[in-house]
Ligand binder design. Structure first.
Ligand code: PMV
Length: 280
């Protein structure tokens, strides 16, 4: 019998990269994009219909998932189909959505009931295959399907959406690599430790104000925190001229705040815009 599971995308409002070093991050789900995994026992092979992550990585993720759930023997003649509308390398959670949907579809197919903790651990293993040393933020927000203030592995608060929170995502058309960006930041930190620590203290205050503004629905203040976040991410070296231009375009058009979202070195820009917003 077919077992299916879906997982949505996500975007990070505040705290990417800093979260790897223990600072809070704020992320929200994007329900309009998704990855669907179908497991069909009794057939043969792993089929990736649309690239959820690169094929070779997806195959490593799949075998890690089978090992993690201890079902490698049972799954020998299964077909697994993956379809995704989440762009790859755009900071929208394509790999975490793939991991969340895959683990839950495989668990369903083998009648395993996973606790949230065990789901979290299994997907973290998959995210580690893809990204190296992930914070766990992406799959936490995707698993909950709700805004999250994330403080560290399995330490987070589930938040409510503020009224009238309108977000726009603009793709740079250039995919980025989370693994590469995280490694670059680690190197920048090593080379500029005092500057990094000073900036992290500043950003920790900015993010705290931003999270508080999100909870209170004070969107202009949230926008200001996003603007300051973009400047700090530029300092870390993960922005690109195209991302800076997109941020400027959004601000010139009246956005309350705009920043690159996710790891950077490509990907997308997120803008917080006043309602009503007309998109084309
Ligand atoms: O996968 P992305 O592009 O959304 O980036 C994840 C956020 C980082 O803070 C850069 C890495 C992490 O593991 O939290």
């Amino acid at each position: 019998m077919r077992s299916s599971h879906r997982a949505c995308g996500k975007t990070i409002l505040l705290g990417e990269h800093w979260v790897v070093y223990g600072t809070t991050a704020l992320a929200v789900p994007i329900e309009s994009i998704e990855t669907v995994v179908d497991v069909l026992p009794g057939q043969t092979g792993f089929h990736l219909d649309v690239s959820a992550v690169h094929r070779a990585t997806a195959e490593r993720v799949y075998s890690t998932a089978l090992e993690g759930l201890q079902i490698a023997d049972m799954a020998a003649d299964w077909a697994v189909h993956v379809q995704s509308s989440i762009p790859v390398g755009e900071g929208m959670g394509s790999s975490a959505a793939f991991g969340c949907a895959l683990i839950q579809a495989l668990a369903k197919a083998t009648h395993q009931r996973l606790s949230f903790e065990s789901l979290w651990e299994r997907v973290l293993e998959l995210e580690t295959v893809v990204h190296g040393a992930p914070s766990g933020l992406d799959h936490t927000v995707i698993t909950h399907g709700a805004p999250i203030a994330f403080y560290g592995p399995q330490k987070y608060d589930v938040l409510h959406w503020p009224t009238d929170c309108s977000l726009l995502l603009a793709s740079s058309g250039q995919p980025g690599s989370t693994r590469q960006a995280v490694e670059n930041v680690a190197q920048w930190r090593k080379d500029n430790l005092d500057h990094f620590e000073q900036l992290q203290r500043t950003m920790s205050d900015v993010i705290e104000v931003g999270v508080d503004s999100f909870q209170r629905g004070e969107l202009q203040a949230l926008g200001q925190a996003m603007n300051e976040s973009h400047t700090a991410l530029q300092t870390l070296g993960v922005s690109l001229p195209i991302l800076d231009r997109l941020v400027q375009c959004a601000l010139d058009a009246g956005a309350w705040g705009a920043k690159l979202t996710g790891a950077g070195l490509g990907g997308a820009v997120l803008a917080l815009v006043p309602k009503p917003c007309i998109t084309q």
